[in-house]
Design a protein around this ligand. Structure first.
Ligand SMILES: NC(=O)c1ccc[n+]([C@@H]2O[C@H](COP(=O)([O-])OP(=O)(O)OC[C@H]3O[C@@H](n4cnc5c(N)ncnc54)[C@H](OP(=O)(O)O)[C@@H]3O)[C@@H](O)[C@H]2O)c1
Length: 225
């Protein structure tokens, strides 16, 4: 049976990934923070792991709990937006900086050495849910500068994970989900979570069309770093 790990599966895109992979017959392991979310995911029929990515103890715990597992797919999805500040406004507070950079960047840095080796046996795929807002090449506005900067760093990590783990057979890609109707994207966003995730799954699963070390959107279009 094929297996998928979804980091940050309590709601929004992560929950939709868990739902769709479960429906597709994958053995799904989904991470959550609150007890209510554990029950919601359990009722979906997926395995659950408690993980607050800001807690290094939780990352150590899942490293231990996942030891010896073999994964086909890992989706590093957990993320926060933070303040909308632009370059012409006030700089983000230290608290906001820490929350966004630790959640979006430090957590992924801690998770890569735990998760990537589990993908080696099946020559699996690791997908970082990044954002077009993290593309340096496409930057055209500075609102949300802290989020943009964090996602540019996520893209660098995806590339570095590709450099280190692709020689061992792991495919690493960075994905832009579109502007999606979730708590983060808001109700006026363009795309449903269902459409975004089914598109991203297609990109994740079509390994030869979407090579490692690259950045794609949910429709499979290539994006510039
Ligand atoms: N929606 C969009 O338009 C859009 C566009 C581009 C990129 N993205 C990216 O897509 C990903 C998912 O976004 P979304 O729209 O689904 O956002 P969302 O609805 O706000 O969900 C965010 C998810 O991240 C989890 N999370 C946040 N902080 C965490 C922590 N410290 N530890 C563990 N989990 C944590 C949340 O868990 P809790 O429920 O426990 O808080 C939740 O599962 C993010 O990386 C986001 O940057 C979204």
């Amino acid at each position: 049976m094929t297996s998928a790990l979804i980091v940050g599966a309590s709601r929004g895109l992560g929950l939709e990934f868990a739902r769709q992979y479960q429906e597709a017959g994958f053995q799904v392991t989904a991470t959550y923070r609150s007890e209510a979310d554990r029950i919601k995911l359990r009722d979906l029929g997926v395995q659950t792991l408690k993980l607050d990515v800001l807690e290094s103890g939780d990352v150590n715990d899942i490293a231990w709990q996942l030891k010896g597992e073999k994964l086909d797919v890992a989706v590093i999805n957990a993320g926060v937006y933070g303040p909308r500040n632009s370059m012409t406004g006030v700089a983000p507070s230290l608290e906001d900086f820490d929350q966004v950079m630790r959640t979006n960047v430090l957590a992924a840095m801690r998770l890569i050495p735990v998760v990537a080796p589990l993908l080696v046996p099946a020559r699996g795929s690791m997908a970082f849910i990044s954002s077009r807002m993290g593309s340096i090449a496409e930057a055209g506005a500075s609102f949300g500068m802290l989020y943009r900067t964090s996602k540019a760093a996520v893209n660098m990590m995806a590339k570095l994970a590709h450099v280190d783990f692709n020689p061992q057979g792991v495919r690493v890609i960075s994905l832009h989900p579109g502007w999606v109707r979730t708590d983060m994207g808001g109700p006026n966003a363009d795309v449903s979570a269902q459409e975004s995730v089914s598109g991203m799954r297609r990109v994740i699963e079509q390994t030869s069309s979407y090579p490692s070390g690259c950045f794609f959107d949910y429709r499979g279009q290539s994006l510039a770093w």
